[in-house]
Design a protein around this ligand. Sequence first.
Ligand code: SF4
Length: 390
Amino acid sequence: MPKSYTALKASESNKSASLYIHIPFCNSKCSYCDFFSVTDHSLMAQVLDKTMEQTARYIDYFGIKHIPTVYIGGGTPTSLPLPLLEKLLASVGNLPLEEDSECTIEANPETVTPELLALLSGSCINRLSLGIQSFSNSTLKTLGRHCDFKTNFLKLEVIQRLWKGQLSLDLISSVPGQSLSDSISDIDTAISFGPDHISLYALTLEDGTPLAWSYDPDSQAIDDNVWILAADHLEISGYRRYEVSNFALPGHQSEHNTRYWKLLPYIGTGPGGVSTLHTGERGLFRIANLPDLERYLSSDGLLCGAETEEITGKSYIFEYLMMGFRMTAGILKSDFLATFGMELSEVIPETLAEWKNKGLASETDEAVNLTKEGLLFLNQFLLDALSELE
Ligand code: SF4
């Protein structure tokens, strides 16, 4: 094993690490999606076995004693047949979860049935994240979604009746052809089902996706203002924004994602899963599983052929800034000092002064954050920070 693996095992902070399990299967492919997932389910059982094996080996090898949060994402984890899903959840339930670990599973509406909800309710899962995206048939059609308005609505009624855990809904805004009133209507319909948490994403045209072939990113078809005004509507409705695209009722922020933005340790298993561990020497170690089912299945060893990268020095600082300033609470000065052994204000003094002067960043005794307007220019802030770091 390389020297850095010994450091990963020795690092105290890795003893408590979150778990992400990537299930790379979907029933159909949406036209905007660039996540790694396939619609051919023939290797499902083998991939699932190997993923569970990899999860157990990582926990054992890296000496993980506590798992504060679990996120089963994809893909569409609920596209697994119920017996396979049951096997996965039983295996996760036997891991060293903390007593109150937040355990989330992603689902798509067409896969929701009373049987699925009964299985989830009897397992470690206590948070359901549902990819609604829209209640408008024309928007759903543009996005190439498998569901129509009726399915989304009816499945949410089933969830409202049978699901007692937390509920998060995903919506997409700034879709070509979608007006502000369409987006607001989506939000109001979503809120009528009482979710604890809503993720409101602005559509991005990812290279290589069918939607990106159909629309010029500079065209008027994608109106960013729709997202900005829709986000305001969500906040007025009581959902507090705590990250660029995430909103929650008080006390219902996603703990898993917050740990991710704080670059706390997590392991990611399954094809396409990514892990980020602490080296114990002011560094990160990233392990990226191959997004390729056959190669994942045929690779032996702890990493199943994954690519690895050590992130230290300025690259680590920049990544910390990039993730931390996504959160509306910004970066805690004490966390930054404990992580890097220096003050945040020593690292990017000019950028902070300039952005505070313009009213786009603010600072308290505890934290530095971008203001609501500042977050609209997050990329420019990061470019300024990067050029000051270099
Ligand atoms: S369901 Fe999710 S992961 Fe699957 S293709 Fe659609 S957006 Fe991608």
